[in-house]
Design a protein around this ligand. Structure first.
Ligand SMILES: Cc1ncc(COP(=O)(O)O)c(C=O)c1O
Length: 416
């Protein structure tokens, strides 16, 4: 069978493919410690809201038909988009209506469409790219471009903090917007590090985008108003030049595949058309489940009172386990300000993080090697091979066991 260039790029093996395959394999092998994927934790109190609504849908033939029995419009159900626009106006004062919101089949697919719409080859054959101001960045962006290299990134400034923590900061001195830059994009909170860009960093990026007349994309998969997995102070930002992406996944609904993009009307129309071409319409179940919670605003309360405290408690616990398991073995922890991961840095580790990943896998512990999280950084940088991402959202026993085994393998690696 002959495979096209597209086929080679999109059916080959990559970091995100390994990650999702590990996730599937871990499901089939319950003994393994799955500290690699991005699955949210199991929060029965939160799930009970979704289950109750599913019963309501199943018991009401008209409602069931409206959700499961017909295709939505390519931009997504207008009733849901109106309810969300009202919530965003109420909560944040954003001047948005349903015409500023478009749904996608998960935000991953939304990013695929958006990035390829902005970056890649233009009609005149020039190449445009997405600027990622803060590396490391989300692994899921890495292989998304139809052109092989649509990202440019800069090394961050590393700030050393007390008690074995550190934090990446945007290095504005290095950051260069050029005529080839199509957009600036950050995840906030950042996957993999749990960093939350400060208001002042976001403001500077927004000004840089405005100055160059390009969009600032803020990936808010873990952000406000839901699921709100943010442990530090951070004000949300949106304006006509900003594209905010939200998702239902980290609320606890990754299976319903719903992404939400808040943007200007032209982009809504364009994304809607791309939706129609790629999959006719989005799945209606996700919006159908959370519509009443968005309309009443209860989703904000659920996020603040149930989801955020759950992860805040889990991260505190995970840090204690790391500290006691590592003892004097070198291990710096990125200050976790949000999301569901710990980013661990082992300075001068004698093996690469990919080798460490392999060794851990043979012991039944799945993590993600740090080197996959640097899309757009082409120059060699040892640091990227010295870090791993550890997800702490899964059951406590396997997170604790996994951390103990990681510390053991890292210790072995240092002692040669
Ligand atoms: C930062 C970030 N953006 C986007 C996504 C994609 O999420 P989904 O396609 O489930 O909406 C993820 C998933 O883990 C993520 O961590």
């Amino acid at each position: 069978m002959k495979i096209t260039r597209f086929g080679e790029r999109f059916s080959g093996s990559t970091g995100i493919v390994d990650l999702m395959e590990d996730l599937g394999a871990a499901g089939a092998n319950p003994g393994s410690c799955m500290l690699g994927g991005g699955n949210p934790g199991t929060l029965p109190e939160v799930e009970s809201h979704f289950r109750k609504r599913l019963h309501e849908i199943a018991d009401d033939p008209v409602l069931f038909h409206s959700i499961a029995g017909c295709y939505d419009s390519p931009e997504g159900d207008v009733g849901f988009r109106s309810a969300l626009a009202q919530l965003l106006s109420r909560e944040f004062g954003w001047k948005v209506g349903p015409e500023n919101i478009v749904l996608t089949h998960g935000s991953q697919t939304g990013f695929f469409i958006l990035f390829n719409l902005l970056a890649g080859r233009l009609g005149d054959n020039s190449l445009r790219s997405i600027l990622l101001p803060l590396a490391p960045e989300y692994i899921g962006y890495s292989d998304i471009g139809l052109e092989s290299s649509i990202f440019k990134a800069e090394q961050p400034h590393i700030e050393y903090l007390d008690e074995g923590f550190f934090k990446y900061r945007v290095d504005f001195k290095r950051l260069k917007v050029t005529p080839e830059t199509a957009a600036i994009c950050v995840s906030r909170p950042t996957n993999p590090t749990g960093n939350v860009l400060s208001d002042s960093e976001i403001q500077q990026l927004s000004e840089l985008a405005a100055l160059n007349n390009i969009p600032l994309i803020i990936d808010s998969a873990y952000g406000t108003p839901f699921p709100n997995i943010i442990f530090s102070e951070a004000s949300p930002l949106w304006n006509e030049q900003t594209i905010v992406f939200m998702s239902l996944s980290k609320l606890g609904l990754p299976g319903v595949r719903t992404g939400i993009m808040i943007t200007n009307q032209e982009m809504v129309v364009r994304l809607g058309r791309a939706n129609a071409i790629m999959h006719l319409a989005n799945g209606s179940l996700g919006p159908g489940i959370i519509h009443p919670l968005v309309k009443s605003g209860e989703i904000v309360k659920i996020s603040q009172e149930l989801i955020r405290p759950y992860y805040q408690q889990r991260v505190k616990q995970a840090i204690q386990w790391v500290k006691s398991a590592f003892g004097k073995t070198p291990c710096l922890i990125h200050k976790p300000e949000g999301a569901i991961f710990l980013w661990l840095w082992f300075p001068d580790l004698p093996i690469t993080s990919q080798e460490l990943y392999q060794r851990l896998k043979t012991r039944g512990v799945l993590v993600i090697a740090g080197e996959h999280f640097f899309p757009g950084i082409d120059q060699p940088w040892r640091h990227r091979h010295e870090c791993i991402r550890v997800t702490y959202s899964q059951d406590e026993a396997s997170v604790q066991k996994g951390i103990t085994i990681i510390a053991d393998e890292v210790r072995k690696a240092y002692s040669g």
